[in-house]
Each structure stands twice: as C-alpha cells, then as structure tokens.
Design a protein around this ligand. Structure first.
Ligand SMILES: NC(=O)c1ccc[n+]([C@@H]2O[C@H](COP(=O)([O-])OP(=O)(O)OC[C@H]3O[C@@H](n4cnc5c(N)ncnc54)[C@H](O)[C@@H]3O)[C@@H](O)[C@H]2O)c1
Ligand SMILES: [Zn+2]
Length: 364
C-alpha cells in the first residue's frame, strides 16, 4: 500500500493521507480505527455499489467492533441534488448521527461529492472519509475537498470546500466497473497528462490499447501519478484561486456539451470533447503545434472516447451555456488552453466566432 500525504493548512489541521493499493480493505478498517476513531460510522453509498460492496464493508467494520450504519442513495448523477441531501440528512438524524459521527463515502464521484457536501453542513460539519470505487473517483473526485450537488440550472452549482479526513484507493473495486465508466476515468487521466506530465502523456500514448483493456501492468502507477499531480495542485491552491483552475482543462466546453445533450453524454465523454475543443482553440490561437493537437486527438480516440460530438446540437446553444458557467468572470469565458503538452495557461477570452468554428469542425 502506498501513501501520499496532502499537506494543507496547518491551522485547520486539514492534512490527510491518500492510501493506494490492492485488496486494502482490512488494512483500511484498522487505519480508520486508529486514526479516525468515531462512536458511529455511517457508510453512504449508492444502489449499485451497495449491492456489490456496501454490505461487505459494513459487515467487516461491525466484526471489527465498530458501530456502523449504511445510507443508500439512488445511483447516478440525477441523484446528486438537494432532495437527496435532505433525504440523507433525515436518515442521519434517524440514525442518531451527531458530531461524533464519521461519514464514509463508498462509491463514485456522485456519492463522494454528495457525502462531502452533507458532511460539510450536517451539524455545522462532521468528518468524512473517501473510499472511491470508480476510476474517476480514484484519480480525481475523492481528492481535494470540492463537494457539490447540482441544480436544475447546472452541475455543481451548490458546493463547499471540505477536505476528507482520509482517502483509500483500492484497485480491486475497478474489477466490476463497467467499461464506459472506466473510460470516463481515462478522460481525466489523459487530462493530467496534458496539463502537467508530458512523460505520462507519452506513456499513455504508447500503451493506451493495453490500458484501455485494463492491463494491470500500468494502472497502479498511473493512478498514483494522477493522485500526486492532483495533490500537488490542491496543496498550492486549495480553494481554486489560481493554479487549480488548470484542472478544469476540457471541462468548460465539456460541461456545456454534457448539459446540452441533456446528459446523454457522460462526464468523461464531455471532458474528452472539451479537451479536443480546448486543444483546437489553442492551435487556432497559434499557441499549440498541430502535431500536439493530433497526438491529443489520437490518444483520446484510443481510449474509446469520442472525438466528434455525436448528437445534433446548435453551436450557439453550447456557447449560450458556456456563458452561464459559474467559472466565468466579468462575462468573459476563461478557457484553460495549452502551449504544449504539459504546459497549460488560463486564457483571457476567446471570440465567440472562434468557438463556433471549432464546434462546427467537431460535428460528427
Ligand atoms: N469533487 C471533485 O473534485 C470532482 C472531480 C471530478 C468529478 N466530480 C463529480 O463526480 C461525478 C462523477 O463521478 P463518477 O464518474 O465516479 O460517477 P458515479 O458516481 O455516478 O459512478 C458511475 C456509475 O458507476 C457505478 N459504480 C461505482 N463504482 C462501481 C464499481 N466499483 N463497480 C460497478 N459499478 C460501480 C455507480 O453506481 C454509477 O452507476 C460527477 O458528479 C462529477 O461532477 C467531482
Ligand atoms: Zn472531470
């Protein structure tokens, strides 16, 4: 089991360890008992993950002598909303959860974001532990303390910063992950390569067929590299005042496409298309060489992700959606662009016509 420390504000004692390994659940339970001792643990999980792993974790923790309960939420993004927050809060009250309770988020990014949000507001905040079971969760959403739920007007519009007390990444969970969900995780992994690590990008390029078919030779190292990249960025900019914005590479257009497709596009598919749009804009603005653009498109295709927007859409609707993005400042859409692979920057504004052209080029 590998351990990576996320060093945050010493005053608030918010530093924590990310532990990564295979078949680590028994050791996880021991570490939770040692470092996060609580009178009551509440596992929050979704219907799919509960069936696969929830009962198993609850039993193992009970056998180890802990008082542990489980709250199940519906699976999928459509449950990441205030209604589920209210249901969860009600269940916590029914279970007698108080400030001595620790929540355990067992699931993908939906469970992680929602559990983090509930933990940050329930009784003015209680601790929570992330046990991510998707590749997206393991390389991205479980680290960094951004919590959120969606509003009808858009994704992640209500949220807080609330760091987890610990993150446990067990690669065993990935065995049951559907291929499409796995590929969503590959989109985030490619993102890390593009924004921060040209060496990892080359490794992905050279071995994407094996990685896409889940050859175990590559994944542990890749997941660890991604966790290290995310933790380094979060350490420097915990609250997304500056550097952390580079993690949104591909997400501006990605979120807009996801929304306009009424979520027929998954997050990973949106991000894949958004990364291509951002790379194309970077090339059009003469920052990025065409060769690097081709490399990006090709690795995304090899990962099984789309490189063309597969549904009918009006570019103007997408641009309209971009303008309601919460990350815009002063009415200008700020894009994360790249000068080359491994070198991102935040651009001050791109003309609508150029975005329109790129979206037209990307029609299937
Ligand atoms: N907080 C952050 O920094 C951050 C970063 C990235 C993404 N996110 C959020 O994460 C969410 C996406 O997360 P996700 O992609 O993990 O989606 P998800 O949580 O919806 O999980 C995807 C699907 O896989 C199922 N599943 C989970 N683990 C499984 C397993 N081991 N075996 C079989 N099935 C399993 C789930 O039940 C679900 O149906 C989005 O809401 C996004 O906004 C947050
Ligand atoms: Zn993402």
């Amino acid at each position: 089991m590998r351990s990576i420390k996320v060093n945050l504000d010493k005053k608030t004692l918010s530093s924590y360890e990310i532990r990564i390994g295979t078949s680590i659940l028994d050791r996880m339970i021991l570490l939770i008992a040692k470092n996060h001792k609580a009178a009551h643990y509440v596992i929050i999980t979704d219907t799919h993950v509960n069936r696969l792993y929830g009962q198993k974790l609850q039993n193992a923790m009970s056998e180890a002598g802990h008082h542990v309960s489980t709250i199940e939420i519906p699976a999928g993004e459509s449950a990441k909303n205030m209604a589920t927050v209210m249901d969860t809060a009600r269940s916590l009250l029914d279970l007698g959860a108080d400030r001595g309770t620790v929540l355990i988020a067992l699931g993908g990014g939906v469970v992680g974001d929602l559990t983090g949000f509930v933990a940050s507001v329930y009784m003015r905040s209680i601790p929570y532990i992330q046990v991510p079971t998707t590749l997206v969760g393991q390389v991205d959403s479980s680290i960094g303390g951004k919590t959120a739920v969606d509003l009808p007007q858009g994704k992640n519009l209500l949220g807080t910063f609330h760091q987890p007390s610990a993150v446990f990444v067990d690669l065993d969970f990935l065995e049951t992950l559907p291929q499409k969900e796995y590929e969503n995780g590959l989109a985030e992994i490619i993102k890390y390569g593009i924004i921060e690590d040209d060496k990892m990008f080359t490794l992905l390029e050279e071995n994407m067929d094996a990685i896409q078919s889940r050859n175990p030779a590559y994944l542990p190292k890749i997941i660890e590299t991604c966790c290290r990249i995310k933790k380094s960025i979060v350490e420097i900019d915990e609250r997304e005042q500056g550097l952390r914005r580079i993690l949104n590479f591909g997400h501006t257009v990605g979120h807009a496409l996801e929304a306009v497709s009424e979520y027929a596009l998954s997050h990973g598919e949106g991000v894949a298309l958004g990364m291509i749009a951002a790379a194309r804009l970077s090339a059009k603005m003469h920052y990025l060489a065409d060769d690097d653009l081709s490399r990006i498109e090709s690795v995304i295709a090899k990962a099984g992700l789309p490189t063309r927007i597969p549904h009918a859409f009006a570019p103007q609707t997408v641009i309209g959606r971009l303008k309601t993005d919460k990350k815009k400042k002063d009415g200008v859409i700020h894009f994360v662009l790249i000068k080359k692979i491994g070198m991102p920057f935040v651009n001050g504004g791109i003309p609508d016509e150029m975005i329109n052209t790129v979206l037209e080029e990307m029609k299937a």
